[in-house]
Design a protein around this ligand. Structure first.
Ligand code: G3P
Ligand code: CA
Length: 254
């Protein structure tokens, strides 16, 4: 059984927005491909629809991955389901739509870990509604053993940790957003289980300190061969990648 805290394989390979190199990001096609690619877990992004559902898409706006216009939060799930979320990537993906979070859980059936990244609401009006909706779904599916909830917002991570301490959390550290704060001090101050760093921030000494504090470390978004080799050398616990199949093969040769 997959576990974020006590993984049987190290590093854990996490398919970023699904296997987003071979299928349109954040669609069921990308998540199913991740299972075929032997990813240990999938990563996905959630926003709140107009009618209060957790929907899986990266941007707050619709225009990059669909023919819709405006904000995701201005559309109901029924309206969003009219849009193709796969045609932009390739004709054969035209029938892919923006999934709801429960649809992803149903499709994955516990076969992989799930990293839910809660996107921040720029107006903060419905942020706690989105967090609670995601946590309720995790509980409804009895999924806290294989779910990790992450966010760039320390307030979001703190909210999850305080209200649902059984759910594993990750703070996404951003060198600009969190400038002036040590990543490990920040992670420790909010009690997060994972500190997730990008390629410019990651240092061996940060990982060593995090491990001393009992905090696991993830790295995003690791695609290049040298990044995989470095992550292994640095003893990173979870690699987030667009191409889990290639990373799996590279790890076998390291
Ligand atoms: O998990 C890390 C990564 O997903 C954060 O960046 O922009 O791809 O959501 P982004
Ligand atoms: Ca993400």
């Amino acid at each position: 059984m997959f576990s974020w805290i006590a993984p049987t394989r190290k590093p854990i390979i996490v398919a970023h927005r699904g296997s987003s190199i071979t299928a349109p990001e954040n669609t069921l096609a990308a998540f199913r491909q991740a299972v075929l690619d032997e990813a240990d877990a999938i990563e996905l992004d959630v926003h709140l629809s107009k009618d209060g559902q957790a929907v899986v898409t990266h941007d707050g706006m619709l225009h990059r991955t669909t023919r819709g216009r405006g904000r995701v939060s201005e559309w109901s799930v029924a309206e969003l389901k009219e849009l193709s979320a796969g045609a932009w990537f390739g004709k054969k993906f035209t029938s892919e739509t923006i999934p709801t979070l429960p649809e992803v859980f149903d499709a994955m059936r516990g076969r992989v870990g799930i990293n839910i990244e809660i996107k921040t609401d720029p107006h903060h009006r419905r942020q706690s509604e989105l967090i609670d909706r995601c946590c309720d779904i995790v509980e409804r599916y009895s999924a806290s053993r294989f779910v990790l909830i992450s966010s760039f917002s320390r307030a979001v991570v703190k909210h999850v940790k305080i209200t649902r301490p059984q759910i594993v959390t990750g703070l996404l550290y951003h060198p600009v957003r969190h400038v002036g704060t040590s990543p490990v001090d920040l992670a420790r101050s909010i009690g997060t289980d994972y500190l997730i760093l990008n390629g410019t921030t990651i240092r061996k000494r940060i990982i060593r300190r995090a491990h001393e504090e009992g905090i696991l470390v993830g790295e995003y978004t690791v695609n290049a061969r040298w990044r995989v080799a470095r992550a292994i050398r640095f003893e990173v616990d979870a690699i987030i990648t667009d191409d889990p199949s290639t990373v799996r093969k590279r790890i076998a040769y390291c």
